[in-house]
Write a protein that binds this ligand. Structure first.
Ligand code: NAP
Length: 246
């Protein structure tokens, strides 16, 4: 059990990669607090799947891009669980279009949900981890945050921001026992990528040397590694999970 007696807070985990991370952590004995925009049937179902591992789980409704909500959520998680050992900044959205056509709203929405949310939760969780003198923070970047992508200037900028935020926080917090890392997935099969037209999906797969999209579970295993003591001397890093793409 790699995460026994630990508590993880994961943003946007009702489905997709966040859910896979929650289940992977729960299988290793970790209690789970997760957030989502709405706590609907899907989120309740995810909570039941997590609890089936015999761990505690609470779901918290809230927009991760809202600073006050993030702080209030961390306060509630602390009251419910007593400590927070792992933070996973996973909540993310896309609003793809060419730069010339991109509206201010599309830019702001993606930067707020993907990047500001990570700042919000790190800002709220860091004092807790400082008191504990330990903690692991894992944030979801993307291959396009490293390489850029036509039609995703807002998304790529948000994911590049995650990398700079990660490296800076790792330098600020390393002396206090807190590790901060990022994962840069390539093309992962979730609702986010299922929304792409079939032809675009096929084009993507041709660009992947391993000739397939990754699974949320393949990303979750890397999150488990970074969150656990297996990665006790790893901080400020970005691990790509991309089937050799890029
Ligand atoms: P997904 O299937 O679309 O799931 C995203 C989750 O985030 C959903 O549960 C969603 O909630 C939640 N969410 C969205 N906006 C939120 C907000 N403002 N506050 C709280 N929760 C919010 O996405 P995914 O593919 O699992 O992606 C997870 C992360 O990995 C994202 O950061 C994404 O950018 C990154 N990533 C994904 C890929 C890929 O190929 N899939 C590649 C690289 C990086 P609702 O259910 O309420 O909408």
């Amino acid at each position: 059990m790699l995460l026994e007696n630990k508590v993880a807070l994961i943003t946007g985990a009702a489905r997709g990669i966040g859910k896979a991370i929650a289940l992977q952590f729960a299988a290793e004995g970790c209690d789970i607090a997760f957030t989502d925009l709405v706590i609907d049937e899907q989120a309740t179902g995810t909570r039941r799947e997590i609890e089936a591992y015999g761990v505690l789980c609470n779901a918290y409704q809230g927009d991760a891009s809202d600073f006050e909500t993030a702080h209030a959520t961390v306060d509630k998680v602390l009251a419910d669980f007593g400590h927070i050992d792992i933070l996973v900044n996973n909540a993310g959205i896309t609003k793809d279009t060419l730069l010339m056509r991109m509206t201010e709203q599309q830019w702001d929405a993606v930067l707020n949900v993907n990047l500001k949310s990570a700042f919000n939760f790190m800002h709220a969780v860091t004092p807790v981890m400082l008191r504990q003198r330990s903690g692991s923070i894992v944030s979801m970047s993307s291959i396009v945050g490293l390489n850029g992508n036509a039609g995703q200037a807002n998304y790529a900028a948000s994911k590049a921001g995650i990398i700079a935020l990660t490296k800076s926080a790792a330098k600020e917090l390393g002396g206090r026992g807190i590790r901060v890392n990022a994962i840069a997935p390539g093309f992962i099969l979730t609702d986010m990528t299922a929304a792409l037209p079939e032809a675009t999906l096929q084009e993507f797969v041709k660009l992947i040397p391993m000739r397939r999209g990754g699974t949320p579970e393949e990303v979750a295993k890397v999150a488990l590694f970074l969150a656990s003591d297996l990665a006790s001397y790893i901080s400020g890093q970005v691990i790509q999970v991309n089937g050799a793409m890029g």
